[in-house]
Ligand binder design. Sequence first.
Ligand code: ADP
Ligand code: MG
Length: 182
Amino acid sequence: MLSKEKLRKKYINNRKKQYFETKENCFKPLINFITRKQIKKISLYYPSNYEFDTLKLFQILKKRDRTKTLLPIILKNNSMKFVSWKFSDPLMVNKFGFLEPEINRKKIIPDLILVPIVAFDKFKNRLGYGKGYYDRILRKYVLKNPKIITIGLAFSFQKYKKIPTSKFDVKLNYIFTEKGLY
Ligand code: ADP
Ligand code: MG
């Protein structure tokens, strides 16, 4: 089994090589899920570094008044908060060079969290960038409120046989890839 660090390098590199543009209709199973579960507040991420593209999803959801879209903001103490962000609202550059909404927007707790992924396995374990931001926020939100649903977004080629885990790693409820929702 490869270490988290080795896996990260390998899978980030691999994603760059195998990246492809996602078609709008690939999001259908996810939209159906959002409708069926009557999701009102969904947090996404703004794609960078060959991450699975979420911009089309923001565009689709913008047309639906019943679902609010949110983006994470990194706070000073290395925690995160989610705030409202609609496709084409302004964005700022944070200390990591990532785009995020204006800091003073009010905190909103999502009922569905879409999580970016470097690699995943069939047990729905997730490997991230190695900073543990999502592990911390999921621990805070999901363990307190198990009704909050988590879905990892990734290309199907990001699957690995078994992701090494620590006691801080929070498993996801579902994985969504271009092949569907699992
Ligand atoms: P990632 O989830 O981004 O792939 P890791 O799982 O390797 O990253 O976690 C990165 C670091 O954050 C690790 O040192 C881990 O122990 C720490 N960490 C994660 N969640 C928590 C938590 N809830 N409390 C304290 N430290 C945490
Ligand atoms: Mg982790």
